[in-house]
Design a protein around this ligand. Structure first.
Ligand code: CIR
Length: 265
């Protein structure tokens, strides 16, 4: 088994814009504080660099309040990148903003183009053996079918799963930890979508800790979830905690803040 699903040479992130205060959110629990968001973001970028990756840091995009959440704009595989079609109308234009940056690094960039196809990167979990895509309020069956067609000749199998009702993205509730292991909330794992994988559950009340990223030898996780953190440390992972209070106010977390990949040209 390889480890291409969690070892990468590159990452792309985008600094938060002042318009993040208008970012989409399911429930309004307060407006993100830009200065604190910037501080957390800087910690996040430092951690990405500490993995050994080359990090491209893009400028803020004021017209798109949610543009800091770059993960939703593309799926990056070793063979090429696929530009998404975000299901949130206010985010659709973010994908075209990302495309040139990926074209600069990749030999091949494909696009989801169907006018009825919607798919966001947050709903996609790439493991060593398959690509799981959660149908959600942002990702529909047409988007998943189009992704399947785009990656078929690269040898990937795409499995459609369900993002739990009321959960923004599939990866809001899970993350890949290594070639055979995922971290997941009990409510998501109960759907059976991880049968055949080893699952470490977030502890009760710490569901918001499920969105982490395994990146080379580090696991980046949101700060403040001591019991779940202990489970990861006990399982042998090297955990780096990053402040996430401001991103969380607009339903964002560790995976949303970067694209991680090893491009082949
Ligand atoms: C949104 O609702 O689209 C943003 N406020 C949060 C996006 C989080 N992205 C992700 O989980 N991949």
């Amino acid at each position: 088994m390889t480890d291409r699903s969690f070892r990468f040479t590159h990452a792309i992130s985008r600094r938060p814009s002042a318009s993040i205060t208008d970012g989409l959110r399911a429930v309004d629990v307060g407006t993100p504080d830009l200065a604190l968001f910037q501080t957390h973001h800087a910690q996040y970028i430092e951690a990405l660099r500490d993995t050994g990756a080359e990090v491209t840091l893009l400028d803020p995009l004021e017209p798109y309040p949610d543009a800091v959440f770059v993960e939703d704009t593309a799926l990056c595989l070793p063979e090429g990148a696929i530009i998404m079609r975000p299901g949130a109308p206010s985010r659709l234009g973010e994908a075209a903003e990302m495309a040139p940056h990926l074209r600069a690094l990749y030999g091949e960039v494909r696009e989801i183009t169907g006018t009825e196809s919607y798919i966001e990167g947050g709903d996609i979990l790439t493991t060593e053996r398959e690509i799981l895509v959660g149908r959600s309020a942002r990702t529909n069956a047409a988007g998943i079918a189009e992704l399947r067609a785009r990656v078929a000749d690269w040898g990937y199998s795409v499995r459609e799963v369900i993002t739990p009702k009321g959960v923004l993205h599939f990866k809001t509730d899970c993350s890949l930890l290594d070639a055979t292991t995922v971290l997941a909330t009990e409510r998501l794992a109960a759907s059976g979508c991880f049968d055949g994988y080893q699952v470490i559950h977030t502890t009760e009340g710490e569901e918001a800790a499920a969105n982490t990223i395994r990146f080379n030898d580090l696991v980046l996780m949101p700060a403040g979830f001591a019991a779940t953190r202990e489970r990861l440390v006990n399982a042998g992972y090297t955990v780096r905690e990053i402040g996430n209070s401001e991103a969380a106010k607009v339903d964002g977390g560790m995976s949303c803040l970067s694209l991680r990949f090893t491009p082949t040209r």
